[in-house]
Design a binder for this molecule. Structure first.
Ligand code: FNR
Length: 383
């Protein structure tokens, strides 16, 4: 269905514009989940199961969305989640996102498998960013990445634990997108030809398209195949909590464990010395059939919320969703697809506008709930 969008406002508006701008295989790489995409759908649908309470006749003349996330002051309890290959969706995408996050005053997390290197992201903004790591088989490479992250001014490491192996993302297979054969190359080319703006802006002007942090390990041009081969060969499925203890011993900054859903695992993260956890199912891209992040959040905050910071991601699409997660005990939330759609559609300016909308939605929501401060949001305000 063709819509006329003069000024995009919601996440859905940006998704719609991103779909029109990106070659199909890239749009599907972002949009899709694993297997039947039931968890992907649940992440979104389950937010509707929680209702906010409206409290009236209170003085709400001083609504303030500011907070602190992992020791960093933030204009609202929101951060940009790590998204691999963001620089394929918009020209030097990680740089644009880091700048937008700085403008708004929230953390940006750069993925180990981003297109821009740690150094390029660091040079782009004055604000400290977060760095997301997967464990690689070669621990010397891990150590050198940590060293580079530290030198680049990063104080918070986000270690992702829900990708022992890559999930079954059928959309990436369906149209031959994962495959270097002539058939899939032609399919990709035919989709790129239909997207000349992307081809000029990102395909040509957005080079180099290497995985910036791992240029020695993954050859350019980066295709989903090269990327998947890398995951299969280098991602370490033997990782256990002992490795988190090792990571803790070699990383002096803050450590956040991303991608757990169960209270036992959250407790293990506390014991391993983590400063925070992110309740997450990788945006429905890993184990399909697992419960939504928002439905798992209350138990995790009850179990470890007094000991460490608890974050969540998956299905957050507006400021009201953020308020629900915070009221359920989260210190903050992260968004993945929304920020990618926004920069794919309208570059840094689009992302900044979207983040402003999130903040306004939060501020208006808080006023209508009768609360002035983020700390005043608590489970009694949810039904
Ligand atoms: C991701 N995610 C992700 N997570 C991570 O730890 N490292 C990564 O490199 C990536 N890459 C990635 C690529 C794409 C295209 C998507 C959509 C997601 C997961 C991401 O950090 C986050 O957990 C989810 O995106 C949150 O769900 P929403 O906000 O997309 O619904």
């Amino acid at each position: 269905m063709t819509k006329s969008i003069i000024t995009p406002v919601t996440v859905d508006d940006y998704r719609y514009l991103a779909e029109k701008r990106l070659p199909r295989f890239l749009f599907d790489y972002i949009d899709g989940g694993s297997n039947d995409e039931t968890t992907l759908a649940a992440n979104r649908a389950d937010f509707r199961k929680f209702c906010l309470k409206q409290q009236v006749m209170r003085d709400v003349s001083h609504v303030d969305t500011t907070t602190s996330l992992c020791g960093q002051s933030a204009s609202m309890p929101l951060a940009l989640a790590p998204v691999g290959m963001a620089g394929m969706m918009a020209k030097r995408g990680e740089v644009q996102a880091a700048r937008s996050a700085e403008e708004i005053g929230i953390p940006f997390t750069t993925s180990i498998v981003g297109i821009c290197s740690l150094e390029e992201v660091s040079a782009a903004s004055n604000q400290a960013f977060w760095f997301q790591l997967y464990m690689l088989r070669d621990r010397d490479i891990v150590l050198s990445l940590l060293e580079r992250a530290h030198k680049a001014g990063c104080e918070t490491l986000v270690f992702t634990v829900d990708l022992a192996v890559a999930g079954m993302r059928h959309r990436d297979f369906r149209n031959g997108m994962l495959g270097e054969g002539i058939k899939s190359r032609l399919a990709k080319l035919s989709q790129i030809i239909l997207r000349p703006h992307w081809a000029m802006d990102v395909g040509i002007a957005g080079k180099p398209h290497a995985i910036g942090n791992l240029t020695d390990m993954i050859e350019e041009p980066v295709g989903l195949d090269a990327f998947k081969d890398f995951i299969d060969s280098q991602f370490d499925p033997t990782v256990t909590w002992k490795d988190i203890q090792w990571l803790r011993s070699v990383w002096n900054g803050k450590l956040i464990i991303k991608g757990l859903l169960e209270t036992d695992d959250a407790r293990q993260a506390v014991d391993a010395g983590a400063d925070g956890v992110i309740v997450s199912n990788h945006g429905g891209r890993q184990l399909d059939g697992v419960a939504s992040s928002i439905s798992k959040l209350p138990a995790v905050t009850a179990a470890v919320g007094n000991d460490i910071e608890v974050y969540m991601d998956g299905g957050v699409r507006n400021g009201i969703d953020v308020l629900k997660a915070i009221a359920l005990g989260a210190n903050g939330v992260l968004i993945g697809r929304p920020w990618i759609w926004a920069i794919a559609a309208q570059q840094q300016a689009g992302l900044t506008a979207l983040l402003n909308t999130f903040q306004k939605e939060m501020a208006v929501g808080m006023a209508l709930m009768g609360v002035n401060r983020i700390d005043d949001l608590h489970p009694d305000l949810i039904e």
